[in-house]
Design a binder for this molecule. Sequence first.
Ligand code: SF4
Ligand code: SF4
Length: 316
Amino acid sequence: MKASAAATHTSLIKQKAKELGFSHCGVAKAGFLEEEAPRLEAWLKGNMNGQMHYMANHFDKRLDPTKLVPGAKSVISFLYNYYPEQDLAQSSHYKIAKYAYGTDYHFVIKDKLRELLQYIYDTIGEVEGRAFTDSAPVMERQWAQKSGLGWLGKNSLLLNKQKGSFFFLAELILDLDLEPDIPLAKDFCGNCTRCIDACPTEAIVTPGVVDGSRCISYYTIELKEAIPEEVKGKFENWVFGCDICQDVCPWNRFSTPHQEAEFQPHPDMRGMKKGDWEEISREVFNKVFKKSAVKRTKYEGFVRNINFVRQKKEEH
Ligand code: SF4
Ligand code: SF4
């Protein structure tokens, strides 16, 4: 039997995604995310976005991909592994989230998505489409879940049975009919509560809901002012982001190292000792994090984070 155009296009796109290094690719039919609307509203009403005011913008666009790409028919979700060969947090006194070791993923992934879009134009033809990776109001985890790529864990992240959760999410929204994948029928967290129990700031307020304004990632990256005294002593030496609720997740025992040269840390980062971090100069910061997402905090923010974590050591 002849495959439908939708099936042929879907398999072409999935094949190309694999060639570009995405570990997984899934498709969902574009449409209003009805069940997410009340959840997002409650999250925003509870001020769980803290100073991340951008989260409250474009409420409708977040829930409806046709508001981002007129006539959108499909949302394609991709996973891109960033689990490092060497977990620097094991040996370094001050800890940086694994996703930020190498070149800022926004650039690396966006380039790949652009290439994929070009491939679609060349092989399939005139298609309206946009590429996203953590860069626009797209409910990435929900789309990935709808595309059969995993389930939303109690730590609110997308978990994949083969890969765990140390991957970036990216999407293409297209006005092209594709064959949707089937979402998983259940989640595989079971009775586990390791992430909730391990979170040092009690940011996972109920299973699956993270109060963003209480998360170490928020304090160390998003918050522009002084970090509140009430969380002093709780950061477990994380100074840019936090991997705790992923590190403790049993599904991450399936993580395997990425093969992306761009995600390798700057060689100087590996050798940084406690004192080197504490005395880091603007020059060293700019050199070590030249391409990394750590630059988001700027030098002043990074030093603020180190001092905040240090003070706890001195005062306790
Ligand atoms: S990233 Fe860290 S602070 Fe945030 S919810 Fe996970 S364990 Fe808690
Ligand atoms: S630590 Fe346990 S509860 Fe949390 S996301 Fe992983 S499996 Fe689910």
